[in-house]
Ligand binder design. Structure first.
Ligand code: GAR
Length: 208
């Protein structure tokens, strides 16, 4: 049973999808900690109080100090995998190196398109015919790590960023669970920027 820690800043619907998959017996894992940069994030309420850690970055001198505290709390939970699921704060290089190889993120775009914020508005602005979400390994450069899996949705006539976000979110949940199933089973790994499935190189992301 894999020990999963989740970093979340808000609502936590992706965290809820993980909790639901574990309860349904489709993901062999345990959510051992939820950590946040927003002490009022509703994601925190989805786990028991002893599994929560949240601090406001304002209470720390700088990014390095916050990251060190977050990292120490995270290490205290002894996670096998760390999932950024709606975690909206940039992680510094030292933090990323400390947890390299077991740190993944779900991002609401078809990477490498639209790193960073406002992904849906940017996809609509560009006139894209499709949008989607990506699960990727975290590297120090924002949203630039190797992509493990992607899910695609159509852009529809008259879409607003909110409508598109909702359609993408609906596929994020199964995308994240499928990705975690591969990861916790030890079937997929990333070495030197190269994705491997069952020990064989994979040259493009899995598509769901
Ligand atoms: C999700 O759409 C996730 O992809 C996105 O925030 C939302 C969190 O929803 N993440 C990012 O934008 C990361 N830069 P949730 O709190 O309901 O899981």
């Amino acid at each position: 049973t894999a020990r999963i820690a989740v970093l979340a800043s808000g609502r936590g619907s992706n965290l809820q999808a993980i909790i639901d998959a574990i309860a349904a017996g489709t993901l062999d894992a345990e959510v051992i900690g939820v950590l946040s940069d927003k002490p009022d994030a509703s994601a925190l309420l989805k786990v028991a109080p002893e599994r929560r850690w949240a601090r406001s970055p304002k209470a720390f001198a700088d990014r390095a100090a916050f990251d060190a505290a977050l990292g120490d709390a995270l290490a205290g939970f002894a996670p096998d995998w760390i999932v950024c699921a709606g975690y909206m704060r940039i992680l510094g290089e030292a933090f990323v190196q400390r947890f390299a190889g077991r740190l993944i993120n779900i991002h609401p775009s078809l990477l490498p398109k639209y790193k960073g914020l406002h992904t849906h508005a940017r996809a609509l602005e560009a006139g894209d015919a499709e949008a989607g979400a990506s699960v990727h390994f975290v590297v120090p450069d924002l949203d630039a790590g190797t992509v493990l899996a992607q899910a695609h949705v159509p852009v529809q006539a008259g879409d607003t960023p909110e409508a598109l976000a909702q359609r993408v979110l609906a596929v994020e949940h199964p995308l994240l669970i499928a990705s975690l199933r591969w990861l916790v089973a030890g079937r997929v790994a990333e070495r030197h920027g190269q994705l491997q499935v069952d020990g064989h190189p994979l040259f493009s992301p899995l598509r769901l």
